[in-house]
Write a protein that binds this ligand. Structure first.
Ligand SMILES: [Zn+2]
Length: 294
C-alpha cells in the first residue's frame, strides 16, 4: 500500500498559479518514470467541517507561466499526483466561449470533449502493454455533481453540459475554425483539457475540469478590440472566483462517500496484452502508478 500524502489534486491553469489561504505542509518535486512535472507540487491540509482534506496543487504551466500548452509534461504531472496518493482531480482552465450566453467571467462544467490537438503524447500505454480505456464520458459524473452542488452555494454564474474543443495552439483559432466549432454545438474551447483528462482516466483517477471563460474566441466580430488590460482584469477576477469555488468544493468533497464510479476500475479490466507478453521494463514503470496491475 502506497503512502497517501494527498487525496485530492488541484491543477491550476492560466491565471491560477497559487491558492491563497492554504495551510501549506510542504512543497515537493516528484520524479516520475515519465520525467518531472510542470513545477513543484504544494501539499496542503484544509480543515473542513467534516474532516481535514490533504490536497496537492500543481500549476499546469508552471509558476510564472513558462510552459506552452504543447510543452506541458502531462504524463509526469498526472503520474506525480497519482504517486503522491491522489485518486481525484479538480482542474481549472481559462477558456474561450463559443456561445453568446457564456460571457467572459462565467464558469462552466463541460461534459464532453472534441479533440483537435495534433502533437501530444497522450497515453501511458504502448511499449508492449496495450490498454484501451473507455472514454465515452470523459469526466467523472460523481465529481461533476459535487462541483455543481458547490457552484450553487456561490454567486458565480455557471453553465453545465457543454462540449469543449481542445485545440493545439498556441495561436488562437481562425474565424472559420471558430464558426465550425460552433456548428458542432460546442460551447467552450481551450488548449489543455487533453491529454490531461485522458491520462487521468488511464490512471483510474476521477477527473473534472472547471472552465473559466475569458473571451469569445474568434467567431464574434466585435467593434472594439479587447485590450490586454481587460483580459488581465478578467483573469484576476476569475482566479478569485476559482478560489472561492474551490473552498466550497473542498467542503463538499470531504462529505463524498468512497468512490463507486467506473473511473476506479478503468484500467483493471482493459489490459489487452497477455501477462506473459508484457515487457519487464514497461511493467516496472506502470507499476509505479498502478501497483500490482501489470
Ligand atoms: Zn470517478
Amino acid at each position: 500500500m502506497r503512502e497517501k500524502k494527498i487525496e485530492l489534486a488541484v491543477i491550476g491553469g492560466t491565471g491560477l498559479y497559487e491558492i491563497p489561504g492554504l495551510n501549506v505542509i510542504e512543497k515537493v518535486f516528484v520524479d516520475t518514470p515519465w520525467g518531472k512535472p510542470s513545477d513543484e507540487i504544494i501539499i496542503a491540509e484544509y480543515e473542513t467541517e467534516t474532516k481535514p482534506v490533504k490536497m496537492g496543487f500543481l500549476p499546469r504551466h508552471g509558476r510564472g507561466h513558462f510552459l506552452s500548452p504543447s510543452e506541458i509534461p502531462n504524463k509526469a504531472n498526472l503520474a506525480a499526483l497519482k504517486m503522491l496518493g491522489a485518486d481525484e482531480i479538480i482542474s481549472f482552465s481559462s477558456v474561450g466561449s463559443l456561445k453568446e450566453e457564456i460571457a467572459p467571467g462565467h464558469f462552466a462544467i463541460p461534459n464532453q470533449i472534441f479533440d483537435r490537438t495534433r502533437q501530444r503524447d497522450s497515453t501511458f500505454y504502448g511499449s508492449g502493454v496495450v490498454v484501451h480505456v473507455s472514454f465515452g464520458d470523459p469526466f467523472c459524473s460523481r465529481f461533476s455533481d459535487a462541483i455543481e452542488k458547490s457552484f450553487k452555494k456561490t454567486d458565480i454564474t455557471f453553465h453545465t453540459n457543454e462540449t469543449i474543443i481542445c485545440m493545439e495552439g498556441p495561436a488562437f483559432s481562425t474565424r472559420a475554425e471558430s464558426k465550425h466549432y460552433q456548428s458542432l454545438g460546442a460551447g467552450l474551447i481551450n488548449m489543455s483539457v487533453l491529454p490531461e483528462a485522458k491520462l487521468a482516466r488511464e490512471l483510474e483517477m476521477c477527473y473534472q475540469m472547471v472552465c473559466m471563460s475569458t473571451d469569445y474566441d474568434s467567431w464574434r466580430e466585435s467593434h472594439e478590440a479587447i485590450t490586454v488590460e481587460e483580459i488581465l482584469r478578467i483573469l484576476k477576477n476569475n482566479s478569485e472566483k476559482a478560489t472561492k469555488l474551490l473552498k466550497v468544493f473542498i467542503e463538499e468533497y470531504a462529505k463524498l462517500p468512497e468512490r463507486d464510479c467506473a473511473c476506479k476500475d478503468a484500467v483493471k479490466y482493459s489490459i489487452i496484452t497477455a501477462e506473459a507478453s508484457r515487457p519487464q521494463n514497461t511493467r516496472e514503470k506502470l507499476n509505479k502508478v498502478l501497483p500490482g496491475y501489470f
